[in-house]
Design a protein around this ligand. Structure first.
Ligand code: DX5
Ligand code: ZN
Length: 216
């Protein structure tokens, strides 16, 4: 099976969102990745639900929502009401991760858990079978356009083994610094979903770049 590709909205042109969403809709991409930041969990603020309401109206692809906020469980209803396909919460932001995962699934969304670069894969050993997606951050979250942390490849291999040796059906997603080169390394290591912000939106031909990332 081909890997999935989820372009990240953070790198889109917000002065001409309609054109970028048209590109996304016409492209071979699988999901649109949406980064919500609060300036507390990460040192940046992106966009909130009043803006995303319009994105959701324009975008025909499933929405993969990545919450880089403290207490993400407070916003499950808002994410659901956007019509999101998946909701990714950070393990570092959820002391009661099991409960939050159940709440996301009860609200009809795929449940994703995200790990920061310094958080070990082994932290998921007691919850892996409950998860639909595990997303590994390959940069410190908060900004687009950062350099890929190569240690992520070891984490992908460890996670691949954990999933394959359990009853888990979780997809492995990687977010940060993904391009043609790092994307190939990731797919070879066992990644299912590539998130790419700058690599797609700063490309000369974004649709073509999405095709390339899908066929690594
Ligand atoms: C970073 C975000 C990413 C970001 C990736 O905190 O979670 O989704 O948009 O951007 P690139 O692909 O440019 O590293
Ligand atoms: Zn993200």
């Amino acid at each position: 099976m081909k890997n999935l590709v989820a372009p990240s909205l953070l790198s889109a042109n917000f002065a001409d969102l309609a054109s970028d969403m048209e590109m996304i809709n016409n492209s071979e991409c699988d999901w649109l990745h949406i980064d919500i930041m609060d300036g507390v969990f990460v040192p940046n603020i992106s966009f909130g639900f009043p803006v995303l309401k319009y994105v959701a109206q324009l975008c025909k692809k499933p929405l993969d929502v990545h919450l880089m906020i403290v207490q993400p469980e407070k916003f499950i209803n808002e994410v659901r009401d956007l019509g999101a396909y998946s909701m990714n919460v950070h393990v570092e932001a959820c002391p009661h991760l099991h409960r939050v995962i159940q709440m996301i699934k009860e609200n009809g969304m795929k449940a994703g858990v995200t790990l920061n670069p310094a958080t070990p894969v082994s932290t998921l050993v007691d919850i892996i079978e409950e998860l639909d997606i595990v997303m590994l951050m390959s940069v410190n979250p908060g900004f687009g356009g950062q350099k890929f942390i190569t240690h992520t490849l070891d984490k992908v291999r460890e996670l691949r083994a954990m999933i394959d040796n359990s009853d888990s059906h979780a997809l492995i997603e990687v977010d940060g610094g993904v391009n043609r080169e790092t994307g190939k390394w990731l797919v070879d290591a066992g990644v299912d979903v590539l998130v790419a912000g700058s690599a797609v939106f700063k490309a000369v031909d974004p649709e073509e770049e999405i095709c390339i990332l899908k066929n690594l």
